[in-house]
Ligand binder design. Sequence first.
Ligand SMILES: [Zn+2]
Length: 217
Amino acid sequence: MGASESDKDRRIGRRALLVGGAAAAVGTAVLARGELAHLWWRLPGVQKPRVEGAVDFKGALWVAASSGNFRTADRPDDYAIDRVIIHVTQGSYASAVKVFQDPAHQAAAHYIVRQDGDVTQMIRELDVAFHAGNREFNERSVGIEHEGFVDRPQDFTDAMYAASARLTAGVCGRYGIPVDREHVIGHVEVPGTDHTDPGPHWDWDRYMGLVRRAERA
Ligand SMILES: [Zn+2]
């Protein structure tokens, strides 16, 4: 993802310059709106302002999940986030996107990491995604799907491990989650689950090493 990442950086840089010029012209109005938004933040039960299409992981593609597959929340203010939960889709990327957009599915994760290392975000980290099959663990976690099947080790590509590790390191950094196997867990480790993902071929030692390296970068 090296080359495409730097392309994105350049595009954002150019747009930031344009927006900066416009903001200077209407400085007072922007400031007033900023203060208002700041006050909203402090009122209990009022959601943080959201920007349509915004992502929590830089470079992620935003594809909205159906509202039937998550609950709007205001994390980490209403629920502390202290877990990252690793999943495997048991299907293609396209099929995972499709079911997460289906309100009847009643499950979806925040992110899908593809075998080519591209990351799609479908639910904001603010919100409670239905991915763990356990209400308490849904409320306290960020869920990351990986494109592939638990019995096909070749599905877990170098690009996937690297991208997912950067993603998990970012989540841990945002919420002060320790990078260890108590806090970065598989779906199989969620209390009460009958799911087995990510399965025996997920290389936890390698993954945690990559997360620690990404965290220091
Ligand atoms: Zn799972």
